[in-house]
Design a protein around this ligand. Structure first.
Ligand code: PLP
Length: 406
């Protein structure tokens, strides 16, 4: 045997291909139907003008020998590391040094790669439902045991649903790695300050490391919800934080992210910051210069205002979706600090049954919650990443259909 046998144990990821297949079949049978997509996990607004201008400037620099940039620093250019330290952390009163920030080319990569810093035997906990990358990357590394058709035998699932107010309980058995995501994909819920304090003190007591994903942090409004785990004292000794420009500034195609690995985070007498630097220097040659200049522009006064306008646009869509559900008697979460709205399927339907009803009777596409983990079964995710016009039309169709189903 010369191949990694753990790949064979991973169930096929058929969620989005199955969604696409069912939509194709429906559209072929109903050629006149206008299908609206609220399943999108990708942004639809174009890049902000300040970002485009920075890209143009950086492209022009590449045409001149004196300003041409080849390989950049593996951990990112100082100008962007400093802009992130100031714009994401100092701006909220959190002290993160520029050399604790590593620029990457996407949080998917960062969140999949970070497990390489930990032992094969490290035990893992994820909230359930969950962004599938955390699970599959650990499965590929052989940490999760075998898949029994619903669950990995060695993975700790921390259920989040209306029974516990979407607040995951601390793991019942010891773990070394904990993935948390706030605002959450797929549920759209957020962790409160006191929730996070509980997690940080758990990690400090047990030595576990928290991998905190803030890919959707720009959707947080107001001052009550923490934007970074480092707002909690002592978190710099227990947590790595992963951020992304994808959802916050429309970089899903451009690709730029950051990881914070604090110097104070040490295990077994080793600095995880030094380990991550070694890992990145070995396996990564940096995010393109022009992309880093584009990301820097997000923090200019114009960039900030333009990006915020797009976030507000999506948040208005999200609010409309959630209010439409609630008015029809369907209790929903998310949509306040998040582009996602999450709910139990009406009438006790399972995720795929409701998917089919929504498609056939309202020509709407969403995402079946069961694709995000066992506790997602019987749930559904709708996304705000569409135009305001399409979202309004979708809301009208939902308002007509839902009362017949609840
Ligand atoms: N983390 C979460 C929770 C996500 O939902 C996504 C994308 O959907 C990502 C990370 C990855 O983002 P990217 O690789 O585009 O930075």
């Amino acid at each position: 045997m010369i191949t990694n046998q753990h790949f064979g144990e991973i169930p096929p990821s058929y969620l989005f291909s199955e969604v696409a297949e069912r939509v194709r079949t429906f559209s072929a049978a109903n050629p006149g139907a206008e299908v609206l997509r609220l399943g999108i996990g990708d942004v639809t607004r174009p890049l902000a003008p300040a970002v485009i201008e920075a890209l143009h400037r950086a492209v022009d620099e590449q045409a001149v020998a004196s300003s041409f940039q080849g390989y950049g620093p593996e951990a990112g250019y100082a100008f962007l590391r400093e802009a992130i330290a100031a714009g994401e952390y100092a701006a909220i009163g959190v002290d993160v040094a520029a050399d604790e920030i590593f620029v990457g080319d996407g949080s998917k990569q960062d969140s999949a790669n970070v497990q390489e810093l930990f032992a094969d035997t490290a035990r893992v906990a994820v909230t359930d439902p969950v962004y599938p990358v955390y699970v599959d990357s650990n499965a590929m590394a052989g940490r999760l045991g075998t898949f029994d058709g619903e669950r990995w035998t060695k993975l700790s699932y921390l259920p989040c649903d209306d029974m516990n107010g979407y607040r995951p309980a601390l793991p019942a058995t010891p773990v070394e790695l904990i993935y948390l995501c706030s605002p959450n994909n797929p549920t759209g819920t957020v962790m409160s300050r006191s929730d996070l304090e509980g997690w940080v003190s758990y990690a400090r007591e047990t030595g576990a490391v928290i991998l905190y994903d803030v890919a959707y942090r720009a959707f947080i409004t107001g001052d009550d919800v923490p934007r970074s785990i480092y707002e909690i004292p002592g978190a710099n000794e227990v947590a790595i934080e992963l951020g992304s420009f994808s959802k916050t500034a429309g970089f899903t195609g451009l690709r730029c992210s950051w990881a914070v690995v604090p110097h104070a985070l040490q295990r077994d007498g080793v600095s995880l910051n030094a380990m991550w630097l070694r890992r990145q220097s070995t396996k990564f040659n940096g995010t393109p210069y022009i992309v880093q200049r584009a990301a820097e522009a997000v923090y200019s006064p114009e960039g900030r205002a333009q990006v915020q306008a797009d976030i507000d646009y999506y948040l208005a869509n999200a609010r409309l979706i959630r209010e439409t559900l609630e008015r029809a008697g369907v209790a929903a979460v998310g949509g306040e600090h998040s582009p996602y709205v999450w709910f139990r399927c009406p009438g006790g339907m399972d995720s795929w049954e409701f998917f089919d009803v929504l498609l056939e009777r309202a020509q709407l596409v969403g995402t079946p919650g069961v694709g995000f983990g066992p506790t997602g079964a019987g749930h559904f995710r709708l996304s705000a990443f569409n135009t305001a016009e399409a979202t309004h039309e979708a809301a009208q169709r939902l308002a007509r259909l839902l009362p017949e189903l609840v």
